[in-house]
Structure formats: structure tokens, C-alpha cells
Design a protein around this ligand. Structure first.
Ligand SMILES: *Cc1c(COP(=O)(O)O)cnc(C)c1O
Length: 373
């Protein structure tokens, strides 16, 4: 029996079960399965949540990134700057747009794009920058936007881990030209399956994504360009509308658990807890600590029924799939070192304070006292 699971979606859904069942029944009763009114209603609510004019619901977060790139005119021959410390999808979307991912190393404190390194990655082909709000803390957007303005670049935020996060009072997704979200079940706002969204204040981007996500149709059976099928399901729209009402509260609870972990772990030299910038509102999609000898800690967690994750064990530039980009070990020393050190602890609103304590005590014991061989 797992004492502290890494994720616990059933605990999240149990108190909402009646609301969720009614929302799904309404979709069935209205035959509104692909796109349609429930998606449109969620789009309105999510735009208001993010503080943007528009939301375009799509099939998943990877498609959100891909469509945002296409809608911004990024394609073959272009370079797009992003970070290697992210989920593979950020780079895949760049590759699928026809462009080439170019990486810059991360800031050692926030684990997000280091704006000081943008200059050295700039080429005559650079067209866009994708900062990733890793683990729920936003990248340092002011200098990134300033750099983009100076070089006429598009900024697309990968906000897949940052629903409701803030930077100087502005919400994730609302600062760049477009912001991309995933509603994969385990994200801070999760669907009952696959879903994603692009948010933007730009009417041109909105209109282009609405056409691209629906086979390039400007109206039914009139295809003005080659698109694809990236629509959001009606059921996902309805479920997301229900769960969005509880997102703020969930994020608050995540912050409270993070503060609890911080109190229990901050005095331990062998553990580096997450740093939250004073201008940031962190939403702790992932609570990652940095430790040495991670394999030993993982063994103790497994023996004690404590869930964990590693986000991510291999930085994207060292993935076999991207060998052709020609980056070797040592290209991005901070990303590479942190990939060895990160250990994600259980983090979700429904964690109990006893569970946080048990995880922290177990971790503390094995890094301070060492692990019996
Ligand atoms: C989850 C995630 C994605 C991809 O979203 P999907 O909905 O799984 O396609 C992209 N970028 C980051 C940083 C993510 O965490």
C-alpha cells in the first residue's frame, strides 16, 4: 500500500463527482462532442482567468505549441530559442513546425530560461523564443520581452505547468504573443483525457488557430489553408469548466504544502528547496528539490511507499532523438547538472499535512544519516 502516492486524482475528483457527472451528462444530452458550446464556454472562462482576450481550446498542449508557432508564421528555415530543461514537447512542436530548436541554458535559481544567454543564441534565422515556466514558476519575462522587441521576435510562453502562475502581477500566458497550456490529467488544471489551449490578445493569432485546428476551414467544407484536426472534445470543455472553479483554491493549497516542505527541509544543507522570486507567484505543479546521490534516496522512497518523480532525467539536447542537432555533453552545464539532482516530491492540493511530514522526514533521514548499503 502506497503511503504517499506521487499523484492522487481520485482524491481530487471525489468531492466534485456530482458536478462532474452533471457536466458530462449535459454534453451527452446536447450531442456536443467535438468543439461546440461547452468548449466555447470554457474558452471564455479560461481567457478571463488568464487575463487575455482570447482562448482557443485544442486537443493537447503539444498541439497548442505547434499551432501557436504556425499561427505566428514560424516554419522551415527559422530558428526558435528555448531551454533544454523542459518536457520533450516544447522542442517537438518547434521541429514539427519546420523550424529548428536552439537551446539556451537555464538560471540556476529559478530553473527557467536565463535571459542573459539569449544574445549568444541569436542568429539571422531566429524568429521566436519559447520560455518554459518550469514547475509552476514563470520565467523572467521582462528581459525576455525586451530582447524579443529589440530583435523583432515572437514570444510564445510554454505555460503547460503554470496555470494561474504570476509574474509581477500578470498571469502565465498573458505576457507573450501567445501562451500555451496543457490540460493533461496530472496538470494543475487537468481534463478527463487530453486537452490544451492557446491564449492570446492577438485577433490574428486567434483567427488563424481557429482555422488551423479545424482542417483549415474558414467555414464548413471551405478550406482556405492546410490545417489539421486539433479540436478540443466537448466533454473536456465541460469538465474543465467545472474544475477551473477550483483551480485557485488548489493552487493555494499547493503553495501551503510547499511552505510546509520548506519549513521542514530548509535547515538541511544537503537539500536545496525551490527558490521563489519575490515577483513570482509559484503554483508548484512540481515540487522538485535538489539532492546528491538521488538513486539511494529513490530506493528508500520505494521501500517506504513514497511516490516521487524525476523531471526530467535527460535534458532535451541530450535526447537520442535530437542527436542530429549536434549538442554534446557539456553544452548546457546547469541544465545537465540539475537533471542529475532534481527529485520531485508528492505535490497536489489533497496532500495531508501528515503526508508532507512523512515525505520530508524520510528524505531528511536518508540525506543526513546516509542510506544503509
Ligand atoms: C505537459 C507539457 C507539455 C505537453 O502537453 P500535452 O498536453 O501532454 O501534449 C508541454 N510542455 C510542458 C512544459 C509540459 O509540462
Amino acid at each position: 500500500m502506497m503511503k504517499v502516492p506521487f499523484l492522487n486524482l481520485s482524491a481530487q475528483h471525489a468531492p466534485l463527482r456530482g458536478e462532474l457527472d452533471r457536466a458530462i451528462a449535459a454534453v451527452i444530452d446536447n450531442d456536443a462532442f467535438a468543439g461546440g458550446p461547452f468548449v466555447a464556454e470554457f474558452e471564455k472562462q479560461f481567457a478571463s482567468f488568464c487575463g487575455t482576450n482570447h482562448t482557443m481550446g485544442v486537443s493537447n498542449g503539444t498541439d497548442a505549441l505547434w499551432l501557436a508557432l504556425l499561427a505566428c508564421g514560424i516554419g522551415a528555415g527559422d530558428d526558435v530559442i528555448t531551454v533544454p530543461s523542459t518536457f520533450m514537447a516544447t522542442a517537438e512542436a518547434i521541429t514539427y513546425s519546420g523550424a529548428t530548436p536552439v537551446f539556451v541554458d537555464i538560471d540556476e535559481e529559478t530553473y527557467t530560461m536565463d535571459p542573459h544567454r539569449l544574445e549568444q543564441a541569436l542568429t539571422s534565422r531566429t524568429k521566436a523564443v519559447i520560455p518554459v515556466h518550469l514547475f509552476g514558476q514563470m520565467a523572467d519575462m521582462d528581459p525576455i520581452m525586451e530582447f524579443a522587441r529589440a530583435h523583432d521576435l515572437t514570444v510564445i510562453e510554454d505555460a503547460a505547468q503554470a496555470h494561474g502562475a504570476e509574474y509581477k502581477g500578470r498571469r502565465a500566458g498573458s505576457i507573450g504573443h501567445a501562451g500555451c497550456f496543457s490540460f493533461y490529467p496530472g496538470k494543475n488544471l487537468g481534463a478527463f483525457g487530453e486537452a490544451g489551449a492557446v491564449v492570446s490578445n492577438d485577433v490574428g493569432i486567434r483567427d488563424r488557430i481557429r482555422v488551423l485546428r479545424d482542417h483549415g476551414q474558414a467555414r464548413k467544407y471551405h478550406h482556405t489553408e492546410i490545417g489539421w484536426n486539433c479540436r478540443m472534445d466537448g466533454i473536456q470543455g465541460a469538465v474543465l469548466s467545472v474544475k477551473l472553479r477550483h483551480l485557485e483554491r488548489g493552487n493555494q493549497l499547493r503553495r501551503a504544502h510547499a511552505a510546509h516542505y520548506e519549513r521542514l527541509l530548509r535547515a538541511i544543507d544537503e537539500i536545496q528547496t525551490p527558490r521563489v522570486k519575490t515577483h513570482a507567484k509559484h503554483v508548484f505543479h512540481v515540487y522538485a528539490v535538489r539532492i546528491q546521490r538521488r538513486d539511494e534516496v529513490i530506493r528508500v522512497f520505494e521501500e517506504n511507499g513514497i511516490g516521487f518523480g524525476v523531471h526530467y532525467p535527460i535534458p532535451v539536447h541530450l535526447q537520442e532523438a535530437y542527436a542530429r542537432l549536434g549538442y554534446g555533453e557539456g553544452s548546457f552545464p546547469i541544465a545537465e547538472r540539475l537533471a542529475q539532482e532534481f527529485l520531485s516530491l508528492p505535490m497536489y492540493p489533497e496532500l495531508t499535512s501528515e503526508q508532507v511530514q512523512l515525505v520530508a522526514e524520510t528524505l531528511k533521514e536518508c540525506v543526513v544519516e546516509g542510506v544503509p548499503a
